[in-house]
Write a protein of this length. Sequence first.
Length: 368
Amino acid sequence: MDSIRFENVSKSFGKTKVINNLNLSIEKGERLILLGPSGCGKSTILRMISGLESVSEGKLYLNGKLANDIDSGDRDIAMVFQNYALYPHMTVFDNMAFALKLRKVPKAEIEQKVTEAARILDIEHLLKRKPKALSGGQRQRVALGRAIVRHPKVFLMDEPLSNLDAKLRVQMRTEITKLYRKLQTTFIYVTHDQVEAMTMGTRIVVMKDGVIQQVDSPINIYNNPANLFVAGFIGSPQMNFLEGKIEKNGNNVFAVFGNNKITLPKPKADVLVKEGYVGKSVTFGIRPEHLSDNDELIVANPGSIVKGHVEVIELMGSESYIYTKCGNSQMNVKVEGSTELKIGEVASLYLNTEKLHVFDKETELRIV
């Protein structure tokens, strides 16, 4: 059974429509990630679920009940904000217990629930401190603890890690994932960080300008992006986009871009021929990790070689980034370990044609 369902929901502020005809079902116990750039409407969706914002048009259901007019306090939902929203004059214990005290929960039960949440989050030793004496990571744990003690049906998290430094973000990512496994409740998590989205969600909703672009598992979005926007937003480093056209000679179909001519695998070629793309301009997409400077691959695949003028090389230790120019387009390469390539040379690179994406130039939708 779905825990939350949007039916043709729109949200406007004045004459500005920030959510446009949203249809989305969120399953009970799911970890759903709302991903997109700033201003795409993801936080507004969270605020509509919590009741902090009203629905302008359409219907919002919570556990099968129409929730458009249900007060936020009656929705059994807990929200964790990016700025923690802790009361500075209260101890950690009192911050975590505050909502329970408002509900007049018995003192012994409050003690038990706060202690249990503190144990789960490893902050038992901090219960007597005030927020000013805590680090950013500790404050975020307290904010999570305040949500946990209520045992809500749904957790809403609005960019909870964005104020933390890089090392703490990695640590808290794993903490939240472990927390989800312990609680097995519905988590809805808003972020503009695609690494968080890829590692923390069972499904990702990619948004742009108040409209859903794609909903799928992280690996399916990575492998099969619906359009140019999703392809460019998911993956680090970003996917390379190369302008070119489809050509056919005999039984072979080629991707032509810059001075390169790549033989396409038959399944991709068949779709492009059938859909009438031979002779047409298209946009090709290839992820940096699907290009290689490996000599054995280059020798073994003469029909899959592209040339790139090496402009910058970044040696990172476990991997290297090679920034090249292919015609008028930037073509970046990510390889394991170090590289023998040199700045200024024209490099031959193997392109994994099975991983090559082709997008329609006008609609920007992925063809294959």
